[in-house]
Design a protein around this ligand. Structure first.
Ligand code: NAD
Ligand code: WQD
Length: 337
């Protein structure tokens, strides 16, 4: 299939393009580069041995630009990664998050249907479960209260897409709820490239390891978890990328509206991650316990059985692989792209 990949220059998008090519698909990327570098796409091209990845510097809020992309590159499906994703920033800039993520997606959905491209995979998030009602989290777990505008945009966009599908069942829409994507391509050529101080655990750890930060702050050690620190379902970004290929196959089978968790089903604490990183790289990570971070939940990990059953997809990489590949990327690219 030919796939429009919005946000394809970003962390998850760039890894997904590789897996799409490996599975025989073709892509065209639309990204405004507000949180990414065109170098990522050059590196993807190197990895998959093609001269270049078809790319438009386009904003998903720009109807004319999207129309041009789809006129020049008629597509069978769209994988929609484009969006702003910093939880903390979304609290201070709610309008910007609603405008970019919601208005942008509304424009995209309209242009897609005008071009007869009614097959969509959407990057949703485990954040829609809020403080989860059950652990491990199945897709039947009710959505919870999102404590930040970023999470609200994901939850609202899911609702919008469900309504679109109800009104026009010729859409095939797969909502993928990612747990905690980490790691990098094993080549070390592409990876996560946060601006400024990393918000997320793994990039913070790799920046401590490379000497950019003195120590890790552990946000709370008094949660109701085995060691008191927060427990999450970390998933290797290459596994996550392959989940999108599996979701495309479901779209080819005319799945209608479907929701899947993409996680490993295993929960690791902050200190488990620190120790796994130390074990797999041999580097000591100094840390200090700080107060809890507002909005954090104690425990979040998936029940990934539905994706295994229906998409024939399961995560293959373990936490040591995630640490090794995140470190390989950081070490080779201390300043990012
Ligand atoms: P990322 O920031 O690396 O990638 C997002 C890409 O979208 C960037 O390249 C950015 O330039 C682009 N973009 C943003 N707004 C745009 C716009 N208006 N028009 C065109 N391009 C635009 O983030 P990522 O980690 O690769 O995440 C991809 C998607 O997955 C996002 O929607 C994110 O919310 C979602 N998600 C991410 C995580 C995570 O922890 N990384 C977890 C769950 C869900
Ligand atoms: C993991 C654990 C922290 C940093 C976020 C978003 C979520 C999704 C994935 C997009 C928690 C602890 C972290 C640090 C720490 N993104 N931590 N020190 O919060 O589970 O999920 O990314 O959809 O919506 O909220 O991931 O990596 O920030 O935190 O102790 O410097 O590490 O408290 O327990 P989180 P994270």
């Amino acid at each position: 299939m030919k796939i429009l990949v919005t946000g394809g220059a970003g962390f998850i998008g760039s890894h997904t393009i590789i897996e799409l090519y490996n599975a025989g698909h073709k892509v065209v990327v639309a990204d405004n580069l507000c949180n990414s570098s065109p170098v990522a796409l050059q590196r993807v091209a190197e990895i998959i041995h093609v001269p270049e990845i078809p790319f438009f510097k386009a904003d998903i809020r720009d109807r004319a630009a999207l129309d041009r992309v789809l006129t020049e590159h008629p597509c069978d499906a769209c994988i929609h990664f484009a969006g702003l994703k910093a939880v903390g920033e979304s609290v201070t800039k709610p309008w910007e998050y609603y405008e970019n993520n919601i208005s942008g997606t509304l424009v995209l959905l309209d242009v897609l249907r005008q071009h007869g491209c009614k097959n969509l995979i959407f990057s949703s998030s485990a954040t829609v479960y809020g403080d989860p009602a059950v652990i491990p989290i199945t897709e039947k777990c009710p959505k919870g209260h999102c404590t930040n505008p970023y999470g609200q945009t994901k939850s609202m966009l899911e609702e919008i897409m469900m309504d679109m599908h109800r009104a026009d069942p010729t859409w095939n829409i797969v909502l993928l709820r990612y747990f905690n994507p980490v790691g990098a391509h094993p080549s070390g050529r592409i990876g996560e490239n946060p601006n400024g101080i990393p918000n997320n655990l793994m990039p913070y750890i790799t920046q401590v390891a490379v000497g950019k930060r003195a120590e890790l702050g552990v946000f709370g050690d008094d949660y109701d978890t085995p060691d008191g620190t927060g427990v999450r379902d970390y998933i290797h970004v290459v596994d996550l990328a392959r989940g999108h290929v599996a979701a495309l196959a479901a779209i080819e089978r005319h799945c209608g509206l479907a929701i899947y968790n993409l996680g490993t089903g295993k929960g690791y604490s902050v200190l488990d991650v620190v120790h796994a990183f130390e074990r797999s790289t041999g580097i000591h990570i100094p840390y200090r316990v700080l107060p809890r971070r507002t909005g954090d939940v104690a425990t979040s990990y998936s029940d990934p059985a539905k994706a295994a059953r229906e998409l024939h997809w399961t995560a293959q990489h373990d936490l040591d692989d995630m640490c090794r590949d995140a470190w390989n990327w950081q070490q080779q690219n201390p300043e990012g792209f």
